[in-house]
Design a protein around this ligand. Structure first.
Ligand SMILES: Nc1ncnc2c1ncn2[C@@H]1O[C@H](COP(=O)(O)OP(=O)(O)OP(=O)(O)O)[C@@H](O)[C@H]1O
Ligand SMILES: [Mg+2]
Length: 624
């Protein structure tokens, strides 16, 4: 094709049998034809053969002519470009189609992968469901087994107890009878002996009365002479000594100096001991503000070596052992516990934590567990102890931090009821001493420390001084337990105070037969609003009820009675609280009203006086 458009430099191949010029061709054929005519018969056969191969070449000729025309035409290059572009366009279209096909293939693959993923997810969900069901079923089986075991154990225990009681009662009756008989005999013998002795003594006394009187008289005379003689001797010795002492001035002055030195020595020794004791106490002893600590003083270590070594080698416990909280909160607290433990191990800087929320929700409980888990020592101080210390508060606070600084394991300083002394300094309710104490506290906690971790607990953190808020790194809210947490707590304390004493220990508690598990769920439902502390106290109340009952058996009815008591008491407390709050609001309102009425009265007086004065100025001339 390219040779047609004159792109290739070489000449187009020649076709000798098809001359390019039609005129030449005709002339050629004419001459050939002339030659043929002169050729004879042989030429005729040749001509026949040629006829057989001849075909209509006009089309080719026309094409060749058109090609030539095109070659000669000035648009030949454009035409070529156009054709090239067309070809290129067609190629691009083909590529586009290929890409589209590829895209479709990719899409199909992705769809397949998505479907497979979906299938896998469904399968996994199904498997998880089955696992859960299996676990639930096994859990139910285990509980049932446990309940049955408990029941059997209880029955066996009761039977044993009954038999033991019977045999003990028999033995007791026998022993009592023997003892009574023995006592009777002994009493008779004793009476007879005493009577005989008395009679004999009276007889002897009567006989020896004169002898006794003589003896007494002699003793008295001897005593008198001894006393008189000793007085005489002492008087003469002292008199002579004093006389010689007074006449010898050297001795007098030496004695005076000696006595003075002795007095000074006694006084300075007393003072020195006091100062040393105070120094040792500040360095080693527990500061007075600290109520409870796990740190072991040297004195205590000597006094209780076993307890001390047990505490020293105790393993870190789970930070949430025995603490029942919302799962999200548990997760957060576990993170804090792990971080604290790692900080303690790596001697890093501790973070300060605030735990706030209603009373009895586990703040103190968790703080102690946190300290045990992290391997740190802990010290608990109560904010309420600071205010009564007055001026001593400042030095007491410094003492606490000095003491905290001397720890090797790191100290978790837990300030319970922290709002009692960390309240706003701007408040008028706070005394000068408390303000100074708070300043000392702020001074000692201004920087992050690798010695102590500050954990504050409060029911009303909104009262905190702003500088305290600024020192907090973590704030955790403890809320009242919800249904599922209440149920877990009820089970925990039922187990601790009822089931465990029923199966272990010497003094066994007896429990009637009922569905414990269902009862715990029911109790959780009716104890809405109760705090963890109130639920823990329920456990104690059940135990006390069992020990106080006549037959010592704890029944379902007794348990529910205690629950209803608790619920009623809780309602009463809530009523008191709301009444108190209403009263506070009312007092605030009435103070506001009073202030507002005073302001309006003042305004009225001001307007009245101004109108009065303006009237006066209008009516009468100013007094000059
Ligand atoms: N979340 C809980 N899980 C288990 N027991 C709890 C929980 N909350 C409270 N208790 C029980 O109540 C008792 C008192 O709790 P704790 O002293 O920790 O309360 P608190 O939040 O510090 O209250 P307060 O604000 O009055 O000081 C605990 O010893 C424990 O028996
Ligand atoms: Mg507390």
């Amino acid at each position: 094709m390219s040779w047609l458009f004159g792109l290739r430099k070489e000449q187009p191949p020649e076709f000798p049998q098809f001359p390019s010029d039609t005129t030449g061709m005709s002339s050629g054929s004419g001459s050939e034809g002339g030659g043929d005519q002169g050729g004879g018969g042989d030429d005729k056969t040749k001509g026949g053969k040629m006829e057989a191969y001849r075909f209509d070449s006009t089309a080719l000729e026309r094409a060749a002519k058109a090609a030539k025309d095109l070659e000669r035409s000035k648009f030949s290059k454009d035409a070529l470009d156009l054709s090239k572009m067309q070809e290129h366009t067609i190629q691009l279209e083909h590529q586009k189609l290929i890409k589209e096909y590829e895209l479709q293939i990719e899409q199909t693959k992705m769809d397949q992968a998505r479907i497979q993923q979906e299938e896998r997810r469904k399968t996994m969900a199904e498997e998880t469901k089955q696992h859960q069901q299996r676990a639930q079923y096994q859990d139910q089986l285990a509980r049932k087994r446990y309940d049955d075991q408990l029941l059997q154990q209880q029955r066996a225990n009761e039977e044993n107890l009954r038999r033991q009681e019977e045999s003990v009662a028999k033995q007791e009756a026998l022993r009592k009878a023997t003892l009574e008989h023995e006592m009777e005999l002994r009493k008779k013998n004793e009476m007879a002996r005493v009577e005989a002795e008395m009679k004999a003594k009276a007889k002897v006394d009567r006989e020896n009365q004169d002898l006794y009187l003589e003896q007494i008289k002699l003793k008295a005379a001897e005593n008198r002479t001894t006393v008189l003689e000793s007085i005489k001797t002492a008087g003469s010795v002292l008199g002579a000594g004093f006389q010689s002492f007074v006449t010898d001035w050297d001795r007098v002055s030496a004695t005076a100096a000696g006595l003075t030195l002795l007095a000074i020595g006694v006084y300075s020794a007393k003072m020195g001991t006091g100062v040393a004791a105070r120094y040792i106490e500040a360095r080693l002893g527990k500061p007075s503000l600290v109520r409870e600590t796990s740190r072991i003083a040297a004195f205590e270590a000597v006094k209780h070596p076993i307890k001390t070594s047990r505490r020293l080698f105790s393993k870190a416990t789970d930070a949430l052992q025995g603490v029942v909280l919302k799962p999200s909160l548990e997760e957060r607290l576990r993170d804090i516990a792990i971080a604290t433990r790692n900080t303690q191990k790596n001697k890093g800087m501790y973070r300060n934590v605030l735990m706030y929320g209603p009373p009895g929700t586990g703040k103190t409980l968790f703080a102690k567990r946190l300290a045990q888990h992290s391997g740190m020592d802990y010290a608990i101080m109560s904010g309420g102890d600071v205010a009564p210390m007055g001026r001593e508060g400042v030095s007491a606070v410094h003492k606490v931090f000095d003491w905290a600084g001397s720890t090797r394991r790191g100290l978790l300083l837990f300030v319970d009821e922290a709002d009692a002394f960390l309240r706003k300094r701007s408040s008028e309710m706070i005394s000068e001493d408390l303000r100074a104490t708070l300043n000392a506290f702020l001074y000692r906690t201004g920087e992050q420390s690798n010695k102590f971790m500050l954990v504050l607990a409060s029911n009303t953190p909104e009262q905190f001084d702003w500088a305290i808020n600024d020192r907090l790194d973590e704030m955790v809210e403890f809320e009242l337990p919800e249904l599922s947490e209440r149920e877990r707590m009820v089970r925990l304390y039922f187990d601790k105070f009822v089931l465990q004493p029923a199966t272990e220990g010497k003094r066994r508690l007896k429990v009637a037969q009922f569905d414990y598990s269902k009862l715990c769920s029911d109790i959780a439902k009716v104890t809405e609003g109760l705090s963890g502390r109130e639920i823990a106290k329920l456990g104690v109340a059940w135990q006390a009820a069992a020990y106080a009952s006549e037959d010592g058996v704890l029944t379902e009815k007794m348990i529910m009675e205690r629950v209803w008591d608790s619920v009623e008491q809780h309602k009463q407390k809530v009523q008191w609280q709301t009444a108190e709050e209403l009263k506070k609001i009312k007092t605030k309102m009435s103070i506001k009203d009073m202030a507002a009425s005073v302001v309006t009265e003042k305004k009225q007086i001001a307007t009245e006086s101004s109108s009065f004065s303006s009237n006066n100025t209008n009516q009468s001339p100013p007094i000059s």
